[in-house]
Design a protein around this ligand. Structure first.
Ligand SMILES: [Zn+2]
Length: 116
């Protein structure tokens, strides 16, 4: 076991001892909680309060594939976060197929990624 000598009385104490068992003097600085000394600075970033960031970013090709394979179930609508329309597609078989065809062309003409 590693030992050190008390700087007050010269007693041999354990290397990690904080207090000397003989004289009771403090040998090491008590470890204090450092997390409170560095409070996190909350930056109010007004740039995030922007319409473009609040909109959902969609991948054109994922939406297109969902439209092709799951279009009649509203798959691409659910992907775009339009759950209401998705349910509508689900019960009307993609607005009787017309909605799916229209959406397929619409998504095809969109840039990648696109925002809804
Ligand atoms: Zn001591």
């Amino acid at each position: 076991m590693e030992t050190k000598f008390c700087e007050f009385c010269g007693n041999k104490v354990a290397i990690d001892a904080v207090l000397c068992p003989k004289c009771g003097k403090q040998l090491e600085e008590l470890k204090t909680e450092t997390s409170n000394s560095n409070p996190q600075v909350v930056i109010n970033n007004s740039n995030t309060i922007n319409g473009a960031y609040e909109r959902k970013q969609c991948d054109k090709w994922i939406a297109l594939l969902l439209c092709i394979f799951l279009g009649v179930f509203g798959g691409h609508k659910f992907y775009e976060g339009k759950a209401g329309m998705g349910v509508l597609y689900l019960f009307t078989v993609g607005l009787f197929g017309i909605g799916v065809i229209v959406d397929f062309i619409t998504i095809l003409c969109r840039p990648n990624p696109y925002y809804v």
